[in-house]
Design a protein around this ligand. Structure first.
Ligand SMILES: Nc1ncnc2c1ncn2[C@@H]1O[C@H](COP(=O)(O)OP(=O)(O)O)[C@@H](O)[C@H]1O
Ligand SMILES: [Mg+2]
Length: 279
């Protein structure tokens, strides 16, 4: 049986501006297994957000197939897509997108309103999520009364409160300092593994991407490399916990015994232009 929760086949997105055509996605194929923390990495303009928006059904592909949880996204109309997102998908945004006039618990509870969950249960579930992200003491704080990292924790709680099968995150740590970035990344990774949720995170940062179970490297709308990192992790490779105290400049010593780390691999993939795929 195919254990893929996301399957993308021959995907194209071509934007036409006047007579100019931009191939934002230029023939993309991959799949993501259930429970995986998948990182899509590439430089600015490489097509990451376009890809994520296609996966989430926020934009229509020019051509190709996207199958999520057994359903063809590209064949759905707008109202079917809205329903699909409410039932299956959570979002974490770079700029948090919290409602400024609502406190943390109201922000987190909001997606449950669209699911028709009653007020009492909404409060309970939102409170539980805020506890999970370490914000029990900030339930009645508004976004303006919280730090960036705290606001993004609220954003994570809001994305996860409906218990979605898949969570999409577009540069979720893009507005955070490096320490808070690692905390938020650790949280995202921990929760997705504990809840066996599939997480797809877009980042331009090779180091952050190296924490993924699967790393999809994209350049000029094409996938140039897919790395399956799960085996390496089982062997004691990169985990967020280990990486927190590590300094970015500190490269592992390379003696004969030492294996190439995933970091080396991701970094070197960023430099070469080979069309190789390993999966
Ligand atoms: N709505 C749009 N109209 C025209 N071109 C777009 C649009 N959205 C993205 N693009 C172009 O598609 C390419 C990929 O963009 P994007 O997916 O946003 O890249 P990334 O998220 O990796 O920075 C870029 O060249 C960008 O200018
Ligand atoms: Mg982007």
């Amino acid at each position: 049986m195919d254990s893929s929760v996301i399957r993308v086949k021959d995907l194209y997105k071509i934007y036409t501006i006047g007579t100019n055509k931009v191939r934002a996605l230029n023939g993309v194929d991959f799949s993501i297994r259930k429970g995986e923390f998948c990182c899509i990495v590439g430089t600015s303009g490489s097509g990451k957000s376009t890809l994520l928006n296609m996966l989430a059904g926020l934009e229509k592909p020019t051509k190709g197939e996207i199958v999520i949880a057994g359903e063809h996204i590209e064949k759905k109309n707008e109202s079917q897509l809205v329903q699909f997102r409410q039932e299956h998908v959570g979002f974490i945004f770079q700029s948090y997108n919290l409602m400024p006039n609502m406190d943390a618990i109201e922000n987190v509870a909001m997606p449950l309103i669209f699911q028709g969950v009653g007020k009492k249960e909404r409060k309970e579930r939102a409170a539980e999520m805020l506890k999970l992200v370490g914000l029990s003491k900030f339930m009645d704080h508004r976004p303006g009364q919280m730090s960036g990292g705290q606001q993004q924790r609220v954003g994570i709680a809001r994305a996860l409160v409906v218990n979605p099968e898949i969570v999409f995150a577009d540069e979720p740590t893009g507005n955070l300092d490096s320490r808070t970035t690692m905390e938020v990344l650790e949280l995202i990774q921990k929760i997705s593994h504990e809840k066996n949720q599939t997480m797809v995170m877009v980042t331009h940062d090779n180091h952050l991407a190296s924490f993924g179970d699967r790393i999809i490297r994209i350049s000029d709308g094409k996938i140039i490399k897919i790395t399956d990192n799960t085996l390496r992790k089982k062997e004691g490779g990169t985990t967020v916990k280990k990486a927190v105290p590590a300094k970015k400049t500190e490269k592992p010593k390379k003696d004969k015994e030492q294996k190439k780390t995933i970091w080396d691999e991701v970094e070197s993939a960023g430099q070469d232009n080979t069309e190789s795929k390993e999966s």
